[in-house]
Design a binder for this molecule. Sequence first.
Ligand SMILES: [Zn+2]
Length: 471
Amino acid sequence: MDLMKKAGSVPRYYAALDFEKLWEAFPPAPDYFETTYLLSRDAMRAMQESRFLDQMKRAWDIPFYQRHWGEAGLEAGDIRSLDDLRKIPAFSVHDLRDAIARNPPWGDFIGLDPDSDDPMPLAMQTSGGTTGLPRPMIYSPQDREVMNIITGRRLYMQGVRPFDLVQVTLSLGLSNGGFLAREGIWKYTGAVPVMTGSGAQTPTRRQIEIMLAWKSKHLVGFPAYLRHIGHVLRDEQNVDPRSLGLRSLIVHLGTDDRKPLEELWGADVFDTYGTNECGSLAAECSEKNGMHVFEDAFFLEMIDPENGRDVADGERGAIYQTTLFKHLAPLIRFNSNDVSAFKTGACACGCTHRRIDRIFGRSDNMVKLRGTNIFPEAIGALVSETRESNGEYVCIVDPAHGGQDEMTVKIEVGDVAVQGAIVEKTLAERLKLSLGVKMKVVACEPGSLSALTGLKDNSKVRRLIDNRPKV
Ligand SMILES: [Zn+2]
């Protein structure tokens, strides 16, 4: 695909879309909360069916799906409704990387055909990319605008209102999060984004000056960084973060603990699930009782990583994503490897959409220890709450000698001689209580684990070393 090929005419963003029609199909806030948010399950299913069939039609035009589905013997007529979804072979990030390797630099899953498509304005952002080049995603005007509408919905749902200042501490560069927040906030909430970016872009002291002088009402960022800002305020500047009167902290909580962060800031912490490819897929409402899936734009499945079958509501599985709006790179049964569970019961806010639990970890990181599934991320969350540790850790699984596999969690502790023994004991107790499996904790000198985790040479950080023979 040669992006420069049709440079003769200049496509304009605002002429590329029928906005009124788009807002009818994907209502922005606040209309959304009186319409789609309350749809009956039957009406929602009917909407999803028709959008799904449109996505299938579109996907069959794209070389990636022609190849992936063709190899599995799938034909266009095989899929007549969402009930047939299970017949479609799933794919994962490995397939996307493979598609990029075969067709550099974009991969053939971005269905742009310069020979037949009208030129359209394009936006690009990427995945984080801890190894090698980050993975690019290109968005058509419709892709981008639906993602903006959804970003606006979720922030409105989490209390953002016109004229509020929303300080966004996500990095501004290749990755999607910061830019998507800006577009969603200023286009679809009436609030004002304050794009301070990450601590590398605006030092924490300056972030704090801005926050105090301009009176930011909401913070968007990663829990670890928002915790850090709070600690700097409290411990170095002697300002109680609660005195700022912030209304909400808008984060991807993951396995992080909500409560200490809420207590530190005296503000609500709201969880969100999003990706580079899709933007926000689900978000918590004010009830904080699971994340509502934006079901007019996504169909999610919860799949057992071991046998590929649906898990029951309430049980953990990997999230498979199917988009219902994307033009350039629709995702059909994308195995995100993110593990969550569908929540049971209704939400008190009245929304009819399905809800997912928090993200427990990644299924490709999951390790089975004496019959229990363990996520290193969950261990990391407990390590990060251990005051004496700097948060660095690695989990090592060794084969059984007498029948039981053993996991050892090595953590870095500031003063091993003084604090080591007590940290080993208390963390082992917390791990047993929280994860249900006994494991050994070993306190190590700061910096000593980097050879094992790979933190030193800045490659992908390893949190799990499994020494058991592969079966
Ligand atoms: Zn709700």
